[in-house]
Write a protein that binds this ligand. Structure first.
Ligand code: DON
Length: 570
């Protein structure tokens, strides 16, 4: 008993310190102690932030099966300040990598309807049809080929070791295994991976050893990222699709490409905000909300007040309505990015906000299907000020709950982020608007919001903060809340992460509050006309890093809302 307690102790949430932990040169913060250590070790050996991101993300595919993955997808935002090299100035880098899953070639808008033409939620979210063509390996490979410094193989070695030799199961991991164990398929192989000899779920402190996953990552290490799409791994994935009635073919895998795209860039008071563009709605919605809020004096209304929460909820309502109307895969639909992120559009929306009365979301329009809470965020800063903000997901916890036999990795159920069917719009939360209907090769809309804040310095833009979170649509609002705490209220990054969070998503027309807002605030919000509800659990799990403007030390904002978050650095 004592042994178990000792092993578990380091991953239990701690009390918030008033002063954030900080590191002098480099730092990694994420939802897994082993993965943070893997990333920090790469930085200590002279790797840069992209190298560390590759090492951390692959390690998380082993240690955090709820959302760390090679069978899912994600987005990475990268910033490197301008620097001098050999007497010449090398320009700043600000870019993003989109490795969102894509629909297979056979996909079509009505693919989630059954034989009778009825919408079938199981097909949409839990069948082999719910699996999108995975993007993570291609995305990390692309970012590494453009910006990495250390050899690929070396970066994957810690993940191989963690999978082959095992690592002690944390309390959080043990809990997540219990939640999904009866759904894992195909049985018995999938179940065996996370149980003791196929019987009971692994307990805290026991070793999770994953030899098939170790072999898979080793193949990717030895043969490069394309192995996942063209090699033995691809073969095993396609075999599982055939077995389970999925539509992903060898050609879909061969055809998958990650894409480098320009960041969505806005300004908010004295910071530049760089975040992810479509198919993620995160960057557009974040910049739109910040533009609206910039027209109000939040310092005057103050942190945690009803006046501030009201303005935030009204900004959220408007940005989420635009998200629903306009955002989808830019390779398929025209998304009016410039207009949505412009100051003039925000000014127009801000004029429609009353400080004395809540607006209402139109019930004649539509809502979005629920999204789960399983995604994960990694923030990294290296010794040269290069920063990576990386959010990655399988969609739900353990994705589709399918472990590819012989390959040991979990498949996503990201196709569930497409709309259910054309015209299928109900007040229970289904939607059928065109921009986000399934189609061959299309990427489904996302809310992931990996973000980097910059400030001007005498010698070009410098990092102000790296931020991101899991949490489905709440992601965008969790990031928004941290930015406001940090920029408007001058909170340090740990305080900004700790501050209670707010969520409104247009429809349903509800303001969700985390615990921590006073009863007076809640009463005043109700008096303004809001339907205020208290969230039982936490909203999101933000991982952030912000250099202290005076000392330059890298301060950590590590969310303790969920167990297992960890920072490492030097
Ligand atoms: O891409 C998205 O927005 C969702 N599939 C993410 C799901 C999620 O964040 C669950 N998170 N904790």
């Amino acid at each position: 008993m004592l042994l178990v307690a000792l092993l578990v102790a380091p991953v239990l949430p701690a009390q918030a310190p008033a002063t954030p932990r900080s590191y002098e040169r480099f730092a990694v913060v994420c939802q897994s102690r082993e993965a943070a250590a893997a990333g920090a070790a790469v930085l200590a050996r002279g790797g840069n932030a992209v190298d560390a991101a590759v090492a951390t993300a692959f390690a998380m595919a082993v240690t955090y099966p709820a959302a760390g993955n090679i069978g899912g997808g994600g987005f990475l935002v990268l910033f490197a300040p301008a620097r001098e090299e050999g007497g010449a100035v090398v320009a700043e880098t600000l870019t993003t990598f989109d490795f969102r899953e894509r629909a297979p070639a056979r996909a079509h808008p009505r693919m989630f309807l059954d034989e009778k033409g009825e919408y079938d939620a199981t097909r949409h979210h839990w069948s082999h049809l719910a699996v999108g063509v995975p993007g993570t390996v291609a995305g990390l490979g692309l970012a590494h080929s453009r910006h990495g410094r250390l050899p690929w193989q070396e970066l994957l070695a810690p993940a191989v070791k963690l999978a082959r030799e095992g690592f002690p199961v944390s309390a959080g991991l043990a809990e997540s295994i219990v939640e999904v164990i009866d759904d894992l398929r195909p049985a018995p192989s999938a179940r065996r991976q996370f149980t003791r000899e196929g019987r009971r779920p692994l307990r805290p402190g026991e070793l999770l050893v994953q030899p098939e996953l170790a072999d898979t990552i080793e193949r990717i290490a030895n043969h490069g990222a394309r192995e996942f799409y063209t090699g033995r791994t691809a073969e095993l994935l396609v075999r599982e699709m055939e077995r389970g009635g999925g539509w992903i073919t060898a050609a879909d895998l061969v055809g998958y490409r990650a894409v480098e795209r320009p960041a969505i860039v806005g300004t908010y008071r004295d910071v530049t905000v760089a975040s992810m563009g479509p198919p993620s709605s995160g960057g557009i919605a974040l910049v739109e909300m910040l533009n609206i809020l910039e027209t109000f004096d939040l310092r005057e209304s103050g942190p945690g007040s009803a006046a501030t929460v009201h303005l935030m909820a009204e900004a959220m309502r408007r940005a989420f309505a635009d998200r629903a109307r306009f955002v989808g895969d830019v390779d398929f639909v025209d998304v009016p990015i410039e207009r949505l992120t412009s100051k003039s559009h925000a000014a127009e929306l801000a004029r429609s906000i009353s400080t004395r009365r809540a607006s209402s979301s139109s019930p004649t329009t539509f809502t979005w299907p629920p999204e789960s809470d399983e995604t994960t965020h990694i923030s990294i800063v290296d010794g040269d000020g290069m920063a990576v903000s990386l959010t990655t997901t399988l969609e739900q916890s353990f994705g589709a709950r399918i472990v590819v036999p012989g390959a040991g990795f979990l498949l996503n159920n990201q196709m569930g982020d497409f709309n259910g069917a054309p015209g299928l719009t109900t007040d229970t939360g289904l939607i059928g608007t065109p921009p986000n209907l399934a189609g061959p090769g299309k990427r489904m809309i996302s809310s992931m919001t990996p973000t980097i804040l910059l400030r001007d310095s005498g010698s070009g833009r410098r990092l102000a903060a790296v931020v991101g979170s899991p949490g489905g649509r709440t992601i965008i609002n969790s990031v928004l809340g941290v930015v406001i705490q940090f920029v408007d209220f001058g909170r340090n990054i740990q305080e900004a992460v700790d501050a209670p969070r707010v969520h409104h998503q247009w429809l349903p027309d509800v303001v969700w509050l985390e615990r921590g807002f006073s009863p007076d605030t809640r009463r005043l919000l109700r008096e303004l006309g809001h339907d205020v509800r208290l969230r039982d659990g936490p909203q999101g799990s933000v991982m952030a890093i912000a250099p202290d403007p005076e000392s330059g030390r890298l301060r950590i904002g590590r969310d303790r809302r969920r167990p297992g978050s960890a920072a490492a650095g030097r």
